[in-house]
Ligand binder design. Structure first.
Ligand code: UGA
Length: 364
């Protein structure tokens, strides 16, 4: 029997970076109606009057929300769960909040989806692979592909010691993955798990001092430094490597999933690009160059870049994943999806967005 195509979508965390882009795309398609929950509507204001969209300004973590949450899950065909704390600075400084938001607060959602048989598409993280250790191992010392190429169902998940708070997030996310898979095993929960590998694009995180406070992820940190004409900071020399995926490509994968529920259910998907790997030092240079081109101000080509220790930058308890190279065979096989946007295009589009929003005003 064919699984029916979902039409009524519930997004928990609809106004964050990924949620707001997913909402943009879903509302363009006649097939979907969407209910979205979030604490803030700043990034989705343009959709608030759309008759195909219902916004619920509510915190999923409060006991008072449980009845409404249950009704919302019952009324939908599938749930995207995107509500989470997802910035390394927060894992280090607020590990309890990090564990509660990424594990405890999600348990009722998973239980309800299991009880009602609703398809749960849960956003986990590439950080479940942990330290990865690729750069510490001499090729030949270990079955190498498992180390540098991260595979959903075979790579080791190498978390650091419990006293290093950095891993509070990855451990909470990993336990929730196990909880979801256990529910699938024992109560037939239809699920799909997404492990994002550094999505970049407009509306990512926040720019401190302009639309938020704290330490965002690396893209927003570098953009903030350029806007403030302060040095870009490379944590521990900027040797860590990441692969960067354009947010539009990531949303394409989610749309492919909605068209092929049968192939997507019961799967864990790495969503990432294999052709865009950079060290953080290379990324700093590339973002600086993109900003110089977009602003037309050549002085940015020499904008200072400095090294800071992770302890100075994040406080004690920080450790890093040294390299995250996704194996994307599963998502290609099941959904026919692969990343297509080159890194320079992703950076240009993203930097142009931030420059238009904040840079132009500040240079007049
Ligand atoms: C974070 C989350 O923990 C993951 O769950 C998530 O999947 C991932 O982002 C993502 O965006 O997909 P991470 O890549 O470590 O993981 O987070 P970033 O803050 O973007 O840091 C990337 C690298 O840049 C790290 O090595 C960090 O130390 C470095 N960094 C960060 C700098 O060198 N300078 C900065 O100003 C900020």
């Amino acid at each position: 029997m064919n699984t029916p195509l979902p039409e009524k979508i519930l997004i928990l965390g609809c106004a964050g970076f990924i949620g707001s882009h997913l909402l943009d795309r879903l509302l363009q398609e006649p097939r979907f109606t969407v209910e979205g929950w979030d604490l803030d509507d700043t990034k989705i204001k343009k959709h608030l009057d759309n008759p195909k969209f219902t916004f619920v300004k509510r915190d999923i973590s409060t006991p008072q929300s449980l009845v409404a949450l249950e009704q919302s899950i019952e009324a939908c065909d599938m749930v995207f769960s995107l509500a989470a704390i997802c910035n390394p600075a927060q894992y280090n400084r607020q590990p309890l909040n990090t564990i509660r938001s990424n594990y405890n607060d999600m348990i009722p959602v998973v239980d309800m989806c299991a009880r009602m048989g609703r398809w749960l598409c849960h956003f986990s993280t590439s950080e479940v692979y942990g330290r990865t250790l690729a750069s510490h191992v001499t090729p030949g010392d270990y079955p190498a592909p498992d180390l540098y190429e991260l595979q959903e169902n075979s790579s080791p998940l190498l978390l650091g010691p419990v006293c290093n708070q950095r891993w509070s997030y990855a451990a909470a996310k990993q336990l929730l993955e196990r909880y979801i898979v256990a529910h699938h095993f024992e109560s037939n929960l239809p699920f799909t798990m997404i492990r994002p590998f550094n999505f970049f694009g407009p509306r990512m995180d926040f720019i401190p001092g302009r639309d938020g406070e704290g330490v965002p992820r690396v893209l927003a940190c570098f953009v903030t430094a350029l806007l403030d004409r302060k040095p870009l900071q490379l944590v521990d020399g900027g040797h860590a490597q990441r692969t960067i995926l354009w947010i539009g490509d990531a949303i394409d994968a989610l749309m492919a999933m909605l068209d092929r529920p049968q192939q997507a259910q019961g799967e864990i998907f790495n969503l990432g690009s294999r052709d865009t790997e950079v060290s953080m030092a290379q990324l700093a240079h590339a973002i600086r160059q993109a900003y110089a081109e977009i602003s037309g101000d050549e002085s940015y080509l020499d904008h200072p870049i400095e090294t800071v220790s992770s302890c100075q930058f994040y406080g004690p308890g920080y450790e890093d994943s040294d390299r995250r190279m996704p194996n994307v065979e599963n998502v290609w096989q099941k959904l026919g999806w692969k990343a297509k946007t080159p890194l320079d295009e992703t950076l240009r589009e993203t930097v142009a967005y931030y420059h238009a929003l904040y840079g132009v005003k500040e240079t007049v």
